[in-house]
Design a protein around this ligand. Structure first.
Ligand SMILES: C[S@@+](CC[C@H](N)C(=O)[O-])C[C@H]1O[C@@H](n2cnc3c(N)ncnc32)[C@H](O)[C@@H]1O
Length: 193
């Protein structure tokens, strides 16, 4: 993603206030739901903001599409394996992982259906999927997000009105549980493959 190559240098300082306001805590909550001593796949790890919250793992494999974001991520881990990969076309075999997760990534992925299908392919049946993301809220606010989406899509390649849990369900992700945060603007989505 060209936008994230340009933004990489400033990403951590831009997000620092949000991390302090609760994002960091939500990351911790999301990753606490991952299985321990398992084979974990992260999609779009960015600059590695989640690394400190990974559970003890058999394999911690973090993928990212932007070369510049992954450069920063590399400086933050000695344990994770980092792979430059598009979440829509993962370079892994069937059922290689016990669980997959992504934070603030499904809003950016051009075709989330492709990414969900890839998760279903590389995570073993019954494996967990955890997503933390901003989504289209219900009610009147949803229409505001529809309007904002016109700008965020063209300026930042960010889909501001994505119904991520609904798309996950339509792709066959099962047992979906949604924890709604911040007036429904942020969702913690838990499901199984
Ligand atoms: C808002 S950042 C979130 C980064 C990190 N997950 C976090 O929580 O701080 C969105 C990230 O998704 C990545 N991304 C966007 N589309 C992607 C794709 N198709 N495959 C893999 N990563 C992608 C971007 O490069 C960027 O690093």
């Amino acid at each position: 993603m060209a936008i994230y190559d340009k933004f990489a240098q400033h990403y951590d300082s831009f997000f620092a206030p949000l991390e302090r306001l609760g994002l960091s805590q939500s990351r911790q909550e999301a990753l606490s739901l991952l299985p321990v001593d398992a084979r974990i796949l992260e999609l779009g790890c960015g600059t590695g903001a989640n690394f400190e919250f990974y559970p003890p793992s058999q394999l911690a494999l973090s993928t990212e599409f932007s070369i510049e974001m992954i450069k920063t991520a590399r400086s933050k881990t000695t344990t994770n394996i980092l792979v430059n990969a598009d979440a829509q076309y993962l370079p892994f075999s069937e059922s290689e992982f016990d669980a997959a997760f992504a934070t603030l990534v499904f809003c950016s992925i051009p075709d989330p259906v492709l990414a969900f299908n890839e998760i279903k392919r590389v995570v073993k049946p019954g494996g967990k999927i955890i997503l933390l993301d901003h989504v289209r809220p219900n009610g009147a606010l949803g229409y505001v997000f529809d309007a904002l989406n016109i700008c965020t899509r063209s300026l930042f390649e960010d889909h501001f009105n994505r119904r991520t849990a609904k798309i996950a369900a339509s792709c066959g992700i099962g047992n979906i549980e949604v924890k709604s945060k911040l007036l429904g603007i942020v969702n913690l989505i838990i499901g199984t493959v």
